[in-house]
Design a protein around this ligand. Structure first.
Ligand code: B0W
Length: 836
């Protein structure tokens, strides 16, 4: 057995008490030496940066450990209400810098390493990004955890410990290649395995009915094949407040019994294959941002997360309260990060009914008082549906419960609107048809007391469109929580030069109270301050330029405007519009139309889902255009284009600090919020964008003069759709004509006939949902406005300063306070103080 309980021995509490480890340079240096030489067995002949990294990571982790325990003790002692953030993705990036910043030991660690002849930056570069997410949704979860720890809220994250995170992207012959990301290969010093809390997760089998002691008919789930869920805990430090919260990630492991049974019956290879199948559940993150593909393994992953997390919480509850669930709903809240963990609704019901022996109404009351659901997208392809057939085969007991939830729900709806069968059909959790489907969003709405969108426009559109009938039925459930980002990682950590300047100008409070940045407004006309701001930006542009040169071989001149779009590649995000602008600029250069020219460096980056043909074609187009432009001597520094491979959290830390112009150019009504837009704004980039998602709120805060707007609004998009004629837009616009001609001439695909046909067809398609042609003209004009503004150095500096100064609203501290005020209602809990 991997985990054997102590029987005779009992660890003495008085002796096991932790000592407080020093945060000073010499304590850190001592521990580093201990780990490096003794634990890892290395010496001066070590030439890999991995071992110094590992040694310093353990040194830092030790310092988190005592705070972690004291935080846990405080939550236990207070028996406080807690929230569990259930998410299939946590895009954590690197942990070390964040831990140092939050402990306040960056300088001490740097000095300690220096003492051994090591450079912190080089050592830090050894850390793999924890890429356990696709994009915005996963990174948001990571920012939320940081803010909750900083606000000292008892919130725990629950996720999956994927063996392979988001794939690494390489560009070969201008095409995306996916490389498996075996991020755990060299070990992960930030995790703590907790086999003592493992859970058994059931799959398959069938429902059996029986009579209990009291003669009541009850159900149980039998003949299942089981998989173990083993938790790994990751510490989440708050900012200099001694709180350390937990992210608990589940890893799948075959059960021993299951192995033995097969093994003993002589089928060794089958036993090994079965073990592999069980452990496959947490093998790989699905790399499909905002698109669903209905794969069985994905449903297994979702149920695995839901079941393991809920069982874990019930285990803790029962240890303290036995079978008394009267207070359970007052003390626990589950926040569902999109519908991905929404099996939780049915799983909590199942356990309360079948295992706790509760009656339906009591179980339903507890469930609907503890579940809260966040929707992140309006895109129909991202709305999860699972075939009832698959559900029946994999989770038969859950399907029974979902049917019952639906029957009871529809009977309530029909009480309210008698005889309205169309409405019943539209609101049913089960979509009827030849292959009936479970609509997971409807299950999440019906099972939750709160449903929120992630920016004002998005929440409004949910109420008016996608979930209108649910809004009409239960309007009070619906609310908005505009996203944010943590200023600790996305300003204090990633932009040390700007941090220093801001600290010097307005003090340090902004790190925990981002609204303080408004004080910068008072300095916007101060020449010296402007000069400093300019110097900082230049320094950051230099850093970015080095990254681009190393990764793309393209030289970016820091005097040019750095025009950046980094995010997942998706048609709705319209990287295509961006590259059409680049082609237009190239065309202008070739025609000699360069009066009042502003030199421009365009950087684009992001991953495409491996099976998304159009997104991959767009990457190819960007890379092909970059090759032509960058190799054309007559273009020189007027225009440079680069596609940065393998865009990820740690790259964004350098990119957002060095950007002048942030591209947020999605078709209005399609980007629920966006969070990259907030990172850029915080670091003093000016946004060129549509009235979509959080852009609207960014513009409200920054002011119209400090945001470059273009494009149709969400309602204009819907209106234009009715009678959309893209060819007419092209015909009536000389610039557009020339751009399309150049693209269609094969100038960018000289030996690849027809490589971009799908792209040109999509632009001209009257049913193009992304309306690229409709926004071409206003986008080109807005880019001209951006260039003019940039050429007026003073004006641009002011715009840049004001963007940072007005970014206070986009801290996840604010977002988390709103979740807590309206949904969770948790009390702030301080860690216990250790008696001397
Ligand atoms: C991510 C993954 C998957 C999947 O694996 O199936 C499905 C949907 C998503 C997803 N991501 N849905 N919305 C998002 C993004 O969420 C962030 C955070 O709220 C928003 O800022 C983005 O606008 C939204 O696209």
């Amino acid at each position: 057995m991997a985990f054997q309980p102590l029987k005779k021995s009992k660890i003495k509490k008085s002796v096991i008490k932790m000592k407080t480890l020093g945060l000073d340079t010499s304590s850190i240096a001592n521990d580093f030496q201990q780990y490096f030489c003794h634990t890892l067995g290395r010496d001066q002949t070590c030439f890999s940066s991995h071992y110094p990294y590992e040694a310093i990571a353990y040194t830092i982790r030790d310092r988190l450990m005592e705070r972690w325990k004291r935080t846990r003790h405080a939550y236990e002692k207070n028996d406080c209400k807690r929230t569990f953030y259930l998410s299939m993705e946590f895009l954590m990036g690197r942990a070390m810098g964040n831990a140092m910043l939050n402990l306040g030991i960056e300088n001490e660690v740097e000095e300690a390493l220096h003492h051994f002849g090591l450079h912190l930056e080089e050592v830090m570069d050894s850390e793999h990004d924890a890429g356990l997410g696709n994009g915005g949704l996963g990174r948001l979860a990571a920012c939320f955890l940081d803010s909750c720890a900083t606000l000292q809220l008892p919130v725990r994250g629950f996720g999956i410990r994927y063996e392979y995170g988001m794939f690494r992207q390489r560009i070969e012959n201008c095409e995306q290649i996916e490389i498996p990301d075996h991020w755990l290969r060299d070990g992960n010093p930030w995790e703590l395995e907790r086999p003592e809390y493992q859970q058994t997760i059931q799959f398959g089998g069938y429902t059996e009915h029986y009579r209990d002691d009291k003669g009541n008919t009850r159900a149980r789930w039998v003949s299942t094949y089981d998989v173990m869920a083993v938790p790994y805990d990751i510490p989440i430090p708050g900012y200099r407040n001694n709180t350390v919260n937990t992210l608990r990630l589940w890893s799948a492991k075959a059960t021993d019994e299951f192995n033995l049974e097969e093994f003993n019956s002589g089928s060794y290879t089958e036993a090994v294959a079965a073990k592999n199948a069980a452990e496959n559940i947490t093998m790989v993150l699905y790399p499909n941002d905002t698109s669903e593909n209905g794969k069985e393994l994905r449903l297994r992953q979702q149920y695995f997360l839901a079941s393991a997390s809920i069982k874990d919480i019930l285990r803790e509850w029962k240890e303290k309260h036995g079978n008394d669930f009267s207070q359970f709903a007052d003390k626990n809240c589950f926040q569902l990060n999109d519908t991905h963990p929404s099996c939780s609704v049915a799983e909590l019901m199942r356990i309360l009914l079948d295992e706790q022996g509760m009656e339906w109404d009591e179980a339903w009351s507890i469930t609907t008082k503890t579940m809260a659901y966040t929707n992140h997208t309006l895109l129909p392809e991202a709305l999860e549906k699972w075939s009832t057939q698959l559900f029946k085969q994999l989770l038969p007991r859950l399907l029974d419960i979902i049917y019952e939830i639906n029957a009871r729900f529809l009977s309530e709806v029909s009480c309210r609107w008698p005889g309205d069968s169309e409405r019943l059909k539209a609101m049913s959790i089960i979509e009827e048809g030849p292959d009936p489907q479970v609509r997971m969003a409807y299950l999440a709405i019906v099972g939750s007391f709160s449903v929120n969108g992630v920016a004002e426009l998005h929440s409004q559109l949910l109420k008016e469109g996608l979930f209108k009938q649910f809004y009409d039925f239960t309007p009070d459930k619906f609310n908005n929580k505009t996203n944010g980002v943590t200023q600790r990682r996305w300003l204090a950590w990633c932009n040390p030069a700007l941090k220093k300047l801001i600290n010097h100008t307005i003090g340090k409070e902004w790190v925990v109270d981002l609204d303080q940045l408004t004080q910068l407004k008072a300095h916007v006309n101060n020449k010296k301050f402007q000069q400093h701001w300019h110097q900082v930006k230049l320094q950051n542009k230099q850093r970015l330029s080095e990254l681009v040169f190393n990764d793309c071989g393209v030289k970016f001149d820091t005097d040019s405007i750095f025009d950046v779009q980094v995010k997942r590649i998706h048609e709705y995000k319209r990287q295509l519009l961006n590259i059409l602008h680049v082609i237009h600029l190239y065309d202008r250069i070739k025609r000699g139309d360069t009066k009042n020219w502003v030199n421009r460096c365009v950087l684009i980056g992001g991953k495409s889902a491996p099976g998304y043909y159009m997104a991959k074609s767009i990457i190819k187009l960007i890379c092909n255009v970059a090759n032509v432009v960058n190799n054309d001597k007559s273009v020189g520094d007027l225009l440079k284009v680069a596609f940065i491979p393998n865009y990820r959290v740690s790259a964004m830390e350098i990119i957002c600090a060095g950007t002048d112009l942030s591209e947020q150019i999605s078709t209005a009504g399609k980007e629920a919020s966006g969070t990259g837009n907030m990172k850029f704004m915080m670091n003093g980039a000016v946004t060129i964008g549509t009235l979509d998602g959080a852009n609207i709120e960014i513009r409200e805060e920054a002011g119209e003069d400090n945001f470059i707007l273009f494009g149709l609004t969400a309602s204009e998009v819907e209106e234009t759709k009715k009678n959309y004629n893209p060819e007419a837009y092209i015909r009536n616009d000389d610039d557009f004509m020339r751009t399309m001609k150049l693209l269609e001439s094969g100038h960018f695909n000289q030996f690849e006939l027809g490589a971009f046909d799908a792209i040109t067809h999509s632009i001209k398609n009257p049913y193009d949902p992304w309306m690229v042609a409709a926004d071409f003209r206003t986008y080109i004009d807005a880019q001209k406005v951006a260039a003019e503004a940039f050429s007026d150095k003073k004006r641009w500096l002011k715009m840049s300063i004001l963007n940072t100064a007005c970014s206070g609203r986009f801290s996840t501290d604010r977002t988390m306070m709103e979740y807590n005020r309206d949904i969770w209602k948790l009390k702030k809990i301080l860690p216990t103080v250790e008696k001397k």
